[in-house]
Structures are given as C-alpha cells and as structure tokens.
Design a protein around this ligand. Sequence first.
Ligand code: DC
Length: 220
Amino acid sequence: MIIAIDGPAASGKSTTAIGVAKRLGITYLDTGAMYRAVTLGLIENNIRFEDSSDVENFLENLDIKFSESPTGMLLILNGRDITKEIRSAVVTSNASEVSAMKIVRESMVLIQRKMAESDDCVLEGRDIGTVVFPNANFKFFLIADETIRAERRLEDLKAIGESSSIDDVMINLKKRDHKDSTRMHSPLKKPDDAIIIDTSILGINEVIDKIVNTVKHKGH
Ligand code: DC
C-alpha cells in the first residue's frame, strides 16, 4: 500500500506522515529530506549546480539511507548522519534550485520507488501522487494558511539554533513555493484525485485521524 502526502512547504506533511506511519505500523519516507541531502552534498563538495557532468558524477556515487533511531528517523549520506545539517537555512534556500534539476529528480525518484517497493509506505513530498506513485492507493494534499506555515518554519529553525524573523521566513516560503510550483519538471501540484486537508484549522491528531480513518474505511 502506498499513501502519498503532498503539499507546499511547512504545510504539516512531515509531522502528519510520521504520525500516520506510526499509527498504521508502516514505513515513512521523507522525500524532501533526500533533495536536501543532495543539496548539502553538492554545496559541501563545491559542485556548481549548473555543472551537469559533476552533478551527475556526484549522483552516481551517492549513498542515501534512512535509519530509525530512538530520536526519530536519521538521514545518512555516504555513511554520515546529516539529519540536522539538512535543516539549515542555506540548504533550505538552495533546495528548490537543486530539486528543479531533471537529473536530480530522476535519480531521487528511482531511489524512492525502490525504497517503497517491498513495504507498505507513506511518502511525503511534492510529486508523490503525480509522478513517483501516480497509482498510489491513497493521495492527500495538505494546505495551510501562510502565516501559520511561516510560524511553523520559524519554530523548526529555532530548534536547530538558527535565528530569523517571521517576515524573512515568510518571504523565503513564498519564494520556495513559487519555484517548486512553476518549475518545468514535476512541479508541486495537487493530484486530481487527492483529498485536500487544511491543516491550519485542524490539530495534528485530527489530521492524522482523518488520513488513518480514510485508509481503514476504504481498506486497500
Ligand atoms: O519538504 P522540504 O521542505 O523538506 O523539501 C525540500 C525541497 O525539496 C523543496 O524545495 C521542494 C523539494 N521537493 C521536491 O521537489 N519534491 C519532493 N518530492 C520533495 C521535496
């Protein structure tokens, strides 16, 4: 069974997907974290995003793994835990550009399909219900008020010790949403058959309940 959860930045996808996976006892995959990992790797290796052969070479030697831990899911890039680093402002602001690249998307989609091939899985991202798993058993599209999303992102930044203002966070969110939804390859878009959930008017447990109840009610 595949559950696809898509939506704009800070719409509550991660918290929801983690909760759904826990309640249903299935695997959780944060595909945004994978684009962030590629972004971090390119920056650290001083690879210019427009240097397609260097990017391709980097992707060929890439080893991305998720690993469960008592503190939550860890992301391991070429053997190193990068769970915290991928949330930094510099990675966040470059992730849209990196995730817009065709070769990056093709490589990530292959890994995502492989990771989800043998287990029931809830995946969250931007193109899960449209491109990665167009035949997903369940598709949800999360939306939320812009101010609420900016407040959430500010909290995320605080948690990793980075300071910012609500106005800056709001500007960056808008920029990223614009880039993610207007790019040529696999833009952020609501799948026609997805159920929309507005997370600004619901508490996290209500959002999780809604998804879990839909899955249990319809079966698969
Ligand atoms: O969900 P997030 O903020 O961690 O995502 C990081 C970036 O990756 C964001 O700019 C959108 C992009 N992304 C994507 O293009 N496709 C996905 N399936 C997931 C994320």
